[in-house]
Write a protein that binds this ligand. Structure first.
Ligand code: SF4
Length: 359
């Protein structure tokens, strides 16, 4: 049976943190001789990482693999303090593309630890973001993956009046609420961030998917297997009662027959999945009655480029002006090439870069 209708979640795909990180790495590729190094995957999306690999970016999981003096980017998921220090140690130009919302959780961990709290951190073992956050306050913080973990961690709490519950930014809201309520029953004075640590992009994508999942016969979530917010989306669709939930990296992974006789198919994408993959998946679904966008909320968040790039680029413009006999002060004052960064689309930036490099 052909698919009749696609319900397309809005918002979906790239969030402000991913936009910032991809554009920042694209600038690194433009400015420096290859190879540019990146500690961990810049974002958890296989195709984005492969696209940067073809542009000469080398991804490493060990900072010692980066030669002294080589340009280095630290990923959007945030890095442990000792990694940031080691990265800057060997005469390298380092750009830290950590999402500001991950930095906020690092700050919470630091402050609560300094006040003597036991910190319970709800996250996924081995995930880059979780590892970076746990390393901020290793003596005070304990990882909680599920409610069973919580029971095992409780005896380690030193002072029941000083317990904080923090979270990975990309959890499913349902998972967070379950653990948060249980922890609060144990510790009525529990400290949490005012609106919890789940980021706007995570909760908006989950809300948009919730709005379509109950109506859809099947849901296709586009994103990689190591993307926490993508996996959270699959859980949201299942929890909403959708009988068939499929995660794919892109159209090549999609077996339309696996959707059974689904007439109405919901489509969404995790925060690191490019829009061109969404469109390619829809083309493969080929809905006979077309695509119905389901809008839940507008997202206009914007994160400016990392500080290191904001300082470097105007300086380079100023130098170029000097070489060309123009006014270097005026060139610097223009703020470098970032004056229109807010309107630049990371997917197009990456596509343009690939086209330029292939010429
Ligand atoms: S998903 Fe949230 S925390 Fe992660 S990069 Fe995007 S905005 Fe930042």
């Amino acid at each position: 049976m052909p698919v009749e209708r696609v319900l397309l979640a809005q918002p979906r795909g790239y969030c402000a943190g991913v936009e910032m990180a991809i554009k920042a790495l694209a600038w690194m590729v433009r400015v420096f001789e290859p190879p540019v190094y990146c500690y961990h995957e810049i974002v958890h999306n296989r195709l984005v990482v492969d696209r940067f690999r073809t542009l000469g970016v080398v991804f490493v999981d060990d900072i010692d693999e980066v030669p002294a003096g080589a340009p280095l980017m630290l990923s959007a998921h945030g890095s442990a303090p000792e990694i940031v220090a080691a990265a800057r140690d060997r005469d390298r130009f380092v750009v830290n593309a950590v999402c500001p919302l991950v930095t906020k959780v690092h700050h919470e961990a630091k402050v609560r630890a300094s006040k003597g709290f036991t910190i319970l951190y709800v996250g996924h073992a081995g995930h880059d973001e979780a590892e970076g956050t746990l390393a901020v306050a290793p003596d005070a913080i304990r990882l909680v993956e599920d409610e069973d973990d919580l029971a095992q961690t409780l005896p380690e709490v030193r002072d029941p009046s000083k317990v904080a519950l923090l979270a990975q930014t990309t959890l499913s809201l349902h998972d967070w609420q379950g653990i948060m309520e249980r922890t609060r029953q144990q510790f009525p004075e529990l400290w949490t961030a005012t609106r919890n640590d789940l980021c706007f992009a995570t909760t908006n994508r989950q809300a948009a998917l919730s709005a379509i999942a109950a109506e859809a016969d099947a849901v296709v979530v586009i994103g990689s297997a190591n993307s926490s917010n993508t996996i959270a989306l699959t859980k949201v669709a299942a929890a909403a009662g959708c009988p068939t939930v499929v995660r794919v990296d892109g159209p090549d992974d999609l077996d339309v027959a696996s959707l059974g006789d689904a007439h109405v198919v919901g489509v969404t994408a995790g925060a690191s999945a490019p829009e061109d993959l969404v469109q390619a998946v829809i083309a493969q679904l080929a809905p006979t009655e077309g695509v119905e966008p389901v809008f839940v909320t507008e997202e206009d968040e914007y994160f400016p480029p990392p500080r290191e790039l904001r300082e470097l680029m105007p300086a380079l413009d100023s130098l170029a002006a000097l070489v060309l006999g123009a006014d270097p002060v005026a060139a610097r004052a223009r703020g470098g090439p970032f004056s229109d960064d807010r309107d630049a689309d990371a997917s197009l930036v990456l596509a343009d870069l690939a086209a330029t490099e292939n010429r």
